[in-house]
Design a protein around this ligand. Structure first.
Ligand SMILES: NC(=O)c1ccc[n+]([C@@H]2O[C@H](COP(=O)([O-])OP(=O)(O)OC[C@H]3O[C@@H](n4cnc5c(N)ncnc54)[C@H](O)[C@@H]3O)[C@@H](O)[C@H]2O)c1
Length: 369
């Protein structure tokens, strides 16, 4: 078990990474809840699989424990579901001394974190993160929110949790595609973080077991530390946090073109990171380390489901994104592994050829016509 301390302007909090963390969870819940009450929110799939294990670890009598099961899936990040959560919290007369606990992945932590940020102008909350993507990304950094008909995550707030417990034991039941989407964010962070993370990821991939908890806990620890350091420098996402968007400019274009949900976000990130590396190569960013890293990213393409994609459509989606933003399209690239740079005003012909090169490779790997 390892603990990272996340420092934010308001308070510091622990991010605990390990397996079988029931006792740890209990001690943090006890410390935060004290004499107040605990409001627990579960992702529905997680609840069906693991409710008994989690409830055992609280050790609280039901008099002090209120529970709510949140629907699974992106659609739960909606005004309708949020309104039901406010109704529940207010009918139970939640006070600002009470504590909210989320048990689930990024959807549940975004949604419930936002409810915690806004009900009574903010109550304290903690996360038991149960997906790989949640552990390496979504549960860390205090960004919470819901979707709007006009786009993802358009309504939200910054609200830092009081602890994050990432218990990898729960990953045993996570479907393979959900593991891949987490891997997309891991491979991205490995490139940003440097050689050690890349070597760990390589060892993990060579072992060939997606559910190798020992290697995964190293990777989760590295990614969570990296993200929490970046957030520490830029809590409200003005500049430094921008590097976390490595591969995301392309990934968003891909997701939009296919229609959201046809590829999971982390799957699109794998393709986006390869495109960003290709773009960097065209701009002269080359080294043996980058080549090894890009080979590893390309190995992961086999895990991305087969989807037909058209470069022109992806570029139009990216251009539309750019029109909507006040600044020019920004691309995060790697000068060397562990050394990101951000460039604006990149020649669109280079962007196009980087994307086309990635799509060719992907089509070859996935055997598409
Ligand atoms: N706030 C942030 O900084 C941030 C960062 C990245 C992503 N996100 C958000 O995170 C969301 C995606 O998160 P996610 O990938 O964790 O998806 P998710 O929360 O939808 O979980 C994925 C699936 O796994 C199921 N599940 C959860 N835990 C399980 C377990 N232990 N065993 C079996 N099944 C389990 C869920 O029911 C769901 O079907 C998106 O909405 C995205 O916008 C937020």
């Amino acid at each position: 078990m390892k603990t990272i301390t996340a420092r934010t302007s308001g308070h510091s909090y622990p991010i605990i990474v390990g397996t079988n963390l029931g006792a740890k969870l209990l001690s943090h819940v006890r410390r935060e809840v004290g004499d107040a009450r605990l409001f627990v929110f579960y992702d529905a799939n997680f609840y069906a699989l693991h409710r008994a294990t989690v409830q055992r670890s609280f050790g609280l009598s039901s008099r002090y424990r209120y529970e709510f099961v949140v629907p699974s899936g992106e659609k739960a990040k909606s005004v309708g579901v949020l309104s039901g959560i406010y109704d529940f919290l207010l009918s139970e007369k939640i006070t600002r001394d009470d504590f909210v606990l989320v048990c689930g992945g990024g959807v549940t932590s975004d949604l419930i974190g936002f409810a915690a940020a806004t009900v009574l102008r903010g109550v304290r909350w903690g996360v038991l993160s149960t997906t790989l993507l949640g552990m390496v990304d979504a549960a860390i950094g205090g960004k919470t929110g819901i979707n709007h008909g006009r786009g993802k995550n358009l309504i939200g707030a910054f609200h830092q949790p009081h602890f994050v417990v990432s218990d990898l034991s729960f990953l045993a039941t996570l479907p393979e595609r959900q593991m891949t989407t987490g891997l997309g964010e891991i491979v991205k962070t490995a490139g940003l973080s440097g050689q050690k993370a890349i070597s760990d990821l390589e060892t993990y991939l060579n072992r060939g077991d997606l559910y190798d908890l020992k290697m995964l806990s190293r990777l989760v620890h590295t990614c969570a530390s990296f993200k929490s350091k970046v957030v520490e420098c830029d809590e409200r996402e003005s500049d430094a946090r921008m590097v976390l968007n490595f591969g995301h400019t392309f990934a968003h274009g891909i997701e939009k073109t296919l229609g959201f949900g046809r590829l999971l976000h982390g799957e699109a990130v794998i393709l986006g990171v390869d495109s960003a590396l290709e773009l960097g190569r065209e701009l002269g960013m080359q080294s043996a380390g980058l080549e090894t890293y890009q080979n590893m990213v390309q190995r992961l393409m086999i895990c991305v489901p087969k989807r037909k994609m058209d470069a022109r459509q992806i570029l139009s989606a990216m251009a539309l994104d750019k029109k909507r933003s006040a600044t020019d399209q920004r691309y995060v690239m790697l000068k060397r592994v562990g050394n990101p740079i951000i460039r604006e005003n990149v020649d669109h012909r280079l962007v196009r050829s980087a994307l086309v090169a990635m799509l060719k490779r992907y089509q070859k790997v996935r055997d598409l016509p």
